[in-house]
Design a protein around this ligand. Sequence first.
Ligand SMILES: C[S@@+](CC[C@H](N)C(=O)[O-])C[C@H]1O[C@@H](n2cnc3c(N)ncnc32)[C@H](O)[C@@H]1O
Length: 291
Amino acid sequence: MEPILSSERSDIEFRRVRGETKSTLEDPKSAVQSFWDAQACGEIYAEGETIEEQFAAQANARYTIEPYIQTVAKFDGDGKRILEIGIGMGADHVEWARSKPELLVGIDITPRAVEIVRERMALESQVPRLAVGDAENLAFPDNTFDIIYSWGVLHHSPDTKSAFAECHRVLKPGGELRAMVYHRPSIVGIMLWSRYGLAAGRLGRSMADIYANHLESPGTKGYSVDEAKSLVSDFSSATVRPIVTFGDLLEGEVGHRHGSRSLSIARKFWPRPIIRKMPFLGLDLLIEAQK
Ligand SMILES: C[S@@+](CC[C@H](N)C(=O)[O-])C[C@H]1O[C@@H](n2cnc3c(N)ncnc32)[C@H](O)[C@@H]1O
């Protein structure tokens, strides 16, 4: 498989978008693509004078506020064939490349992510295999990869079930899917419901509706543990567990849709020690499944 995009280098200027991005009459997948093309996940952390400093700041922030990434990803690519779906800004892709895989391929539905990660990998003297691609229609033959890694991606795709089925198809027998999708209910969901349901006088709004309209890209979904298990029911074994995240703890920056005065005040008084003991209301669901 050849990379689809040509590797023209461009000087990337990181975006710090605030407020709503365009909500949309587009079809659901184009709406997801437009959302993440406006600002890739984590650009808000890319501070610094040089591009190297900006990438380093983003990676540093990422692994500080989300230390659990390492426990799922493991970054044990040595001699393996790996696909990352939804590369975003590419911090994890760099980690996979450093682990010396036999083959590493990264896809994302946005050209922006592919462009950023191409530049990031070049700074690492890595020759990446990146393409704009869709989790729901993977352009790979059956039984190709030892590991598929996808952090915070598949719940954004309109047909998440098809995306999981595609992962199963392109994994080799015995291959592993390591993924994170959003969990519902969660503390983050309750906070958003307080703002867009309770405070807006719309008490009947479901948490699924809140996730779809106010969490990140339009149509974002969250899953209960049982629902997530059904997404990986074709796999021979799977573990699924929710965890409390930096979002539930009001640590770190919020995404480019959020940010308000009341949020700044809540940060000061947030009962973090109690929330840490409530994984059943954590935003992330960690999924490890073997084909
Ligand atoms: C929350 S970001 C996560 C990015 C990265 N994995 C990380 O953890 O920072 C979601 C990413 O998924 C990508 N994405 C959404 N739907 C996709 C799809 N159907 N196929 C491939 N990528 C998709 C978006 O473009 C975006 O880069």
